[in-house]
Every structure is written in C-alpha cells, then in structure tokens.
Write a protein that binds this ligand. Sequence first.
Ligand code: UD1
Length: 421
Amino acid sequence: MDSILVKGGAPLSGEIPIAGAKNACLTLMPATLLSDDPLTLTNAPRLSDIKTMTTLLQSLGAEVSSLQEGRVLALSSHNLTSQKADYDIVRKMRASILVLGPLLARYGQATVSLPGGCAIGARPVDLHLRALEALGATLELRDGYVHASASGGLKGGTVAFPFVSVGATENVLMAATLAKGTTVIENAAQEPEIVDLAQCLRTMGARIEGDGTPTITVEGVDQLHGATHRVVTDRIELGTYMLAPAITGGTVECLGGRIGLVQAFAEKLHDAGIEVSETARGLSVSRENGRIKPVNVETAPFPGFPTDLQAQMMALLCTANGTSVLEERIFENRFMHAPELMRMGAQIDVQGGTATVTGVDRLKGAPVMATDLRASVSLILAGLAAEGETVVSRVYHLDRGYERVEEKLSACGASIERIAG
Ligand code: UD1
C-alpha cells in the first residue's frame, strides 16, 4: 500500500489546476442509462471512483471509453444487457446506488445491491427508495438487494424529502425525466452537482426547472437523446487547495475556481484571516504572517459549509490562535481524523458531533493513517504545516478523490512524495 511523505514548513506559491468534480461525474455517468444515444463528458477527473463507476456501467452492458488520458468519457447504453448492479462493485462505492433511478425509469426494473456500511456513519438509502416509490415503483428488499419494478413505467408524483439528501435528489431527478407526467421534488438538495446534473439532463432533452432551489419540477418526456457536457469544477478539491497556502503561508491561485462554488467556506477563511480574491483564471488565496484566527464552523447542506471540507478546515484550525468549535451536522462519526491530528500535537476534544479545537503554535510531523477520503487529505495539509516529517499511510482513500495530489502541491514548492509500498 502506498504512503505519502510530507516534509513540512515551506510556504507555497504558484498555481493549481482544479479538476472536474468527482461527485458530479459520479451522477452524470449513470445518466447514460437514460438514453440509447451517446453521452460525452468532458473535464472528467481521473480518479479510482470514476473507474469503479465505469466498471459498474460496463457490467450492465454500457460502453464506456476513456479518451484524452481520462479527461473525456464517452458513454453509450444502446446495448444494455443487464439491469443488475452486483454487490461486488456496489460495496466499493456508495454512489453505485445512482444507477437505480435511471435503470428503473428506462427499463421498468432494476436490481441493485444495498451499499454496505461506511466509515463515516450508517448512511442508509431509505430516502432514495421512498422517493422512487412516490413515482410508482414497487420495491422489495431481498438477499441484500433492492428489487425494483414499475410495470407500465414510472409516474410523476410529489417527493417531499424530510431532510436534504444529495444522492436521493439525484436518483429521483434522473428517474423523473422519463416518468409520465409532472414530478415535484420538495426539500431538494441545491448543491452545484445537482445543477450540473440538471443542465446535462436538459441538454439530453429533459424538462427540468428549479434546480439550485429547494423545489425542482420535472415534466417527464418519452425519451432522451445524446449530449456533450462539461463536468463542473470540483468545489471540494478547490476548497482543499485553497487551504494549502492558508495553512503554510504564501499565495496560490486555484485555476478554474469560482467563489459561488465555495462562498460559505471562503467566508470562514476570511474570518480566519486568509485573503481570497477572484482572478481572471480562478481564485487566489494568500496568507500573510501571523497566526490563524479561530473560527466556529457548522456543516450544512449547500449553500452552507460543506461536510466534505470539515476535516481539512480542522487541520487549519489546529494552528489557530485560540479555540474553534466544529459541529458536524451531516454525518455521524466524521471526526476520525481528529485522533490522527492529535498524533501530530493537535489539541482536540470530540464530544458526539462537536469537536473543540485549541490551536497550538506548531504541529509536529508523525506517522498517521488515512481513514477516509477527506480525512486523508486533511492529514496531508497538516503535514505541510508541521515541523519535520509526516508519513500518511493507506492513501488509497486519497486516490478515490484527488488526482496527482503530490504533483499539484510540489509544483507550488511543497516537499511531498509518494512512497510505493
Ligand atoms: C454526497 C456526496 C458526499 C457528501 C454528501 C453530503 C457524492 C457521491 N457524495 O453523498 O461526498 O459528503 O453528499 O454533502 O455525491 N441519508 C439517509 N437516508 C438516505 C440518504 C441519506 O438517512 O437515503 C442521510 C445520510 O446518512 C447523511 C445525510 O442523509 O446523514 C446526507 O447524505 P446525502 O446528502 O445523501 O449524501 P450522499 O449523497 O451519500
């Protein structure tokens, strides 16, 4: 298993290109199942999660070609051979559940393994299932699989989510495009990835209004056609690299970044004493001399502070001049990075969903272990700021969501390398 060696202390300066969004791409790819015609996705990120979704779609008989070194994905579902998503693939990645809505809408049936447990909490899929039932699907849970059918096709209906779910909104949005009649999704997720999916579906001929607001309305159509769509910028990768100069000092320009993708996060950086400005090519982030100011953070669905940046923000606040409180409101058990950061000298007290972080002058390098995707990159950020060497092991988590992290950071002056193991 590979690990990453970071030698801390160097301020960063330079530019970092931000890739297309993993989470957008993972929902855009299953949209191919809605049409016979080809779907081409440009600005795709090159990540192991994208490979897992490729394998899943191919197991259904879809054609998926990776062009231009993985930057472009050419997908086609004209010859689907199966409507069953096997446990062996689904267990590797929870986003596999996103094939359920499209398969059901197009073929009137689908069998999808229930995703297994996950390191960051129970993460059930009940909202996905209830939403599809509201469109007339019949569901049966048997042998660890969801057996879904809709003889005569899905019918438009009202889906009122009790709380916001990104994945469930995506699943039902895709399904509703081919349902008969009108679907109204209330308390829908407003994340940029939802807007990106809706834009792609509209290019494919879907009739969708209200994406980016809590109420989305979909008029079902008989069929969708082919499209070419550019994947939106990855706001989590963007936020992560915005934190790099914030934690080390220096100035980094994040190419392709837009403030609208990270507004709530950028406001917290500003409160911590970091300067963020818009440039012609993206966002520039600078930290002058002096300690970080403590700030309190509460995660929330978009447009709130993203849970996927909580671990990285914690790494920054470990060196603040005072005490910060981080409240995790989306996932239970999402502070597994805290004990690892404490191995590096951080002072953190976790009580349930609240972490109280008392800043220290300087973190110290240590061997640490990545526990999930965002936790792993938070340890790399902490290592950049720490005195001495940090070795982050189990970096396969990192490869799920960050491409060429060592290259991107070392181009800005960081001392970071991958050690093959
Ligand atoms: C997506 C993102 C993930 C991000 C999360 C929240 C992808 C591939 N992943 O995950 O990176 O952290 O949004 O921004 O896009 N829940 C239920 N029942 C359900 C569905 C969800 O109880 O049927 C709960 C979850 O356990 C969680 C909350 O709802 O506590 C929000 O989860 P959700 O928005 O669905 O996250 P994902 O779509 O899985």
